[in-house]
Design a protein around this ligand. Structure first.
Ligand code: IMP
Ligand code: MG
Length: 184
């Protein structure tokens, strides 16, 4: 039995469920990019995508360069502030390269819309988005990823990269926070 953090109401996706879904997603990466001649650049959006990305790349068979961006939209609070700022930009030039953005969750869609518009303006050969979680009920702008792991309803999740006020990212599972924790 897994030890459950006392602040967690229930577990949505345990470690095994996450691992097997992420293997499926890396199969998708392999089949999507197996025939490309040009470089693939995998872009992880820090910090939330880190555990997902670390697991994903273990079973990616095609060659790729790894790069990162940091965007801020949330300020560690429950609801998105609506504005998105680039805190750390890519180290690589993506012109004529195949770019795959790896994200933790798409909620309002504002972060991804901003990133996709910014990276498109640099003329990559292709640009796709893979997210672990998808919260379609939270959408405020019209944006859909190319692939995702799980759809979740409109609830706030923590663990496996997801934070509550920058903490709890290290939990090996994804869970829903107890209501009383939001009041603290
Ligand atoms: P969007 O711009 O509203 O789509 O927000 C995307 C970002 O909000 C994600 O990258 C997360 O950092 C954060 N976020 C959205 N929903 C949750 C959640 O349920 N738990 C933790 N962070 C979340
Ligand atoms: Mg994030």
């Amino acid at each position: 039995m897994q030890n459950i953090d006392r602040r967690i109401k229930y577990i949505l996706f345990d470690q095994k469920t996450l691992e097997s879904k992420i293997t499926e997603l890396s199969d998708w990466v392999n089949s999507t990019y197996e025939k490309i001649d040009d470089d693939l650049i995998i872009v992880g959006l820090l910090k939330g995508s880190l555990p997902f990305l670390a697991q994903l790349i273990k079973t990616v068979k095609v060659d790729f360069l790894l790069d990162f961006m940091i965007l801020s939209s949330y300020d560690g609070k429950e609801h998105s502030s609506g504005s998105v700022k680039v805190v750390l930009d890519l180290a690589n030039d993506i012109k004529n390269k195949n770019v795959l953005i790896v994200e933790d969750i798409i909620d309002t869609g504002r972060t991804m819309q901003k990133v996709v518009n910014l990276l498109q303006s640099r003329n990559p050969k292709s640009l796709k988005v893979l997210t672990l979680l998808n919260k379609p009920s939270g959408r405020k702008v019209d944006f859909e990823p190319d692939n995702f792991g799980f759809i979740i309803k409109n609830e706030f999740v923590v663990g496996f990269g997801f934070d509550w006020k920058e903490k709890m990212r290290q939990l090996p599972y994804i869970g829903v926070l107890k209501d009383e924790e939001f009041k603290k």
